[in-house]
Design a protein around this ligand. Structure first.
Ligand code: URA
Length: 232
């Protein structure tokens, strides 16, 4: 009886971790259509797509208090998209809408990023989206160094699991942090750098583009270079 109770508790814990992961990757309900069930049935068969390692990190940080940002957050914004993506976008930090929904890049800047992704002939679901820090700094202030340091190991683990061909660093915080430099984003952008053997393209953040639309052409140049690499 005791063994049965233990197995039952383990199963409940697994279900809880899975639901927590789905909620944090932006799932707000289950689509039980025939098409979706066919896709789900195919998971694990002849496919490298396996979200479990990401799910494990996500459930480990579900109650994270590693920095002061836990006090005001509504949701941890872990990341969303394809766990087997060849292309990952890393942004700065969740904003108000992201904090409310638990999903990255769903506000105004996110809508612009979605347009960029689609112009590159990808979809939000085919790439992976995440941030340098996973909780919203109040009032959308810049992330602070202690917050970045506390959160960075989780991002590093995510990137190490996904192992994309290309990472796009959106803005100065993502690019400077992952490349370990304090060079200006205007100098870093436009060419590939190395991030642990992965091609890394820094570019302007979509929120910056909303304020400086004239720079959109620079981002498009950068994204064309990324598209070219992904074709090889
Ligand atoms: N800006 C970011 O850097 N990340 C988000 O998720 C939303 C806005």
């Amino acid at each position: 009886m005791r063994v049965f109770a233990k197995q039952f508790n383990n199963t409940l814990a697994d279900i809880k971790a899975s639901l927590c992961y789905y909620a944090q990757t932006g799932c707000h309900g289950f689509d039980c259509s025939k098409d979706s069930l066919a896709i789900i049935n195919g998971w694990g068969k002849n496919s490298r797509i396996d979200s479990e390692p990401l799910m494990t990190i996500c459930s480990k940080i579900a109650n994270c208090r590693g920095c002061k940002l836990w006090q005001e957050r509504k949701n941890i914004v872990f990341g969303a998209g394809n766990p087997d993506a060849r292309l990952v976008f890393v942004g700065e930090a969740p904003g108000q809408k992201e904090d409310l929904l638990g999903e990255p890049f769903v506000g105004q800047a996110g809508q612009l990023l979605t347009k960029i992704i689609e112009a590159m002939q990808f979809s939000r679901k085919s790439v992976y989206l995440c941030n340098i820090i996973k909780c919203r700094p109040s009032g959308n202030r810049n992330p602070e160094i202690d917050e970045i340091q506390a959160c960075l190991p989780f991002l590093e683990q995510q990137l190490n699991i996904i192992k994309p061909r290309v990472i796009v660093g959106l803005g100065k915080f993502a690019s400077q942090t992952l490349l370990g430099t304090d060079s200006a984003i205007s100098r870093l952008r436009g060419h590939f750098h190395d991030y642990h053997g992965i091609l890394f393209m820094p570019t302007y953040h979509p929120a910056f583009l909303l304020r400086n639309p004239a720079r959109k052409k620079d981002v498009w140049e950068d994204m064309q270079k990324v598209m070219k690499k992904l074709k090889n």
